[in-house]
Design a protein around this ligand. Structure first.
Ligand code: VPM
Length: 416
């Protein structure tokens, strides 16, 4: 693996690399951060302040995320003000990140995007969305003719004002090919430069994603647009597959994948953008000159702080427990590796994510599953001489408890 130190690599047989069918990308992956649009549609999420949104956009930019959805200006005055301020912020700070905004396929949602774009003098990509599945058509009472008319008018409105337009079919993964064929053609003929395929309800399996992509490619090919129109994948996590599908989407040729920090978003959330970045990094698919992931943990923490969504203790990389162990067998191995002085080795003995690369640290704790080596290591780390008597005392106390000891608890036992 490209990101493993040579010493450690010799000690790991990497089945991941034996034969790769997963992400080996034909082109550099690009990302759309939906945290401050779809992310904040989650019922448990608090709307971050404008300052917090700016901070998040700055972190996205540092991580090399190419585009951010700034919101849905059609939602009202506050959304419009936020979008305008964020767009000005991007310009003033000379960030590389580009902006897009969500809009229903109605003129009243698209006009505010045109207005803000003209006011600030920067193009905003219009991401105009329409429910395209039969189940949505049934509940909303829309027929295909109506969908087609709205699609044509909305895309044309953005294009006529010189804005790039992405056409977003909600619930694409449960939509009939005949409907998609009509809608894609209508949008592309009206000048859409991008199709956004959506797994709005988190329905797709990897087969579903591939079948849909092949179908969509067929439509583009028949219009001779395969080389010019870009494809985005936007997925939700109802079945817990969003991250895996995000990785496959890149593998199979999507240009961009959408995601949210900490995987927040409607219901069970979107594809986790931080875990997508982490995985592509571990697969050696991110150019380190373009993607500074030293702030990846900070990004997840800021998402959590600003939205009020806690980070689950076992959440990969940023979770409190991601690099902690109290278990005797695990700790003993890590302690031995630490003694070699090779930190990469110590970080990899019991994790496939190297903590130190992301500014985190492997920690050894003391609990009822611990061995004496945990206690000795802990005492040394905290500046205590591990005498036999002291080790016994802490060890026996830990065995009588049902949880991992806190620093205060260990100190109280040491104090006697
Ligand atoms: C707008 C679209 C991309 C959506 O997020 C739906 C929405 O938020 O209305 C989806 O998942 O299909």
């Amino acid at each position: 693996m490209a990101t493993t130190h040579a010493n450690t690599a010799a000690l790991i047989y990497d089945w991941n690399e034996k034969e790769r069918t997963g992400p080996l990308l034909r082109r550099a992956p690009r990302f759309v951060d939906e945290s401050i649009r779809d992310g904040i549609q989650s019922p448990s999420v608090r709307d971050p302040s404008i300052e917090q949104k700016m901070e998040l956009v700055r972190l996205m930019d540092r991580m090399g995320v190419q585009a951010v959805n700034l919101g849905l200006p059609g939602a009202g005055r506050r959304a419009q003000e936020d979008v305008e301020r964020l767009l000005r912020f991007i310009v003033e700070e000379k960030l590389r990140i580009t902006a897009n905004c969500a809009a229903r396929t109605v003129a009243s949602d698209i006009h505010p995007i045109i207005d803000i774009s003209q006011k600030v003098g920067v193009p905003i990509e219009v991401m105009t969305f329409i429910g395209s599945s039969p189940i949505r058509g049934y509940t909303e009472g829309w027929d295909n003719e109506r969908l087609k008319k709205h699609t044509h008018e909305a895309v044309k409105l953005g294009v006529d004002h010189g804005l790039p337009v992405g056409f977003v079919t909600e619930d694409t993964t449960r939509s009939h090919p005949k409907t998609l064929d009509v809608l894609f053609r209508t949008a592309l003929e009206a000048g859409a430069g991008r199709l956004v395929l959506c797994d709005t309800c988190g329905h797709a399996t990897p087969d579903g994603l591939r079948n849909l992509l092949n179908f969509t490619r067929g439509v583009l090919r028949s219009m001779d647009l395969e080389e010019t129109v870009e494809l985005d994948w936007h997925g939700h996590n109802d079945r817990g597959l969003a991250l895996v599908l995000g990785l496959y989407a890149f593998e199979w040729g999507f240009h961009r994948v959408h995601g949210c920090g900490l995987g927040i978003g409607e219901r069970v959330g979107n594809c986790s953008l931080d875990l997508l970045l982490l995985n592509l990094y571990l697969l050696g698919q991110l150019d380190p000159k373009q993607h500074d992931l030293s702030c990846l943990v900070e990004y997840v923490e800021k998402i959590s702080e600003s939205t009020g969504v806690p980070i689950h203790p076992s959440y990969p990389l940023a979770g409190r427990d991601a690099f902690r162990t109290a278990t005797g067998v695990h700790a003993a191995a890590i302690i031995k590796a630490t003694k070699t002085g090779d930190h990469d080795l110590a970080d990899r003995v019991y994790s496939s994510v190297p903590a130190r690369v992301f500014g985190r640290k492997q920690e050894i704790e003391i609990g009822h599953y611990s061995g004496r080596s945990n206690v000795i290591f802990w005492l040394r780390e905290h500046g205590y001489e591990p005498s036999d008597e002291l080790v016994d005392r802490v060890f026996n106390f830990a065995k009588s408890q049902n949880h991992t000891l806190t620093t205060e608890e260990v100190k109280a036992v040491i104090a006697g």
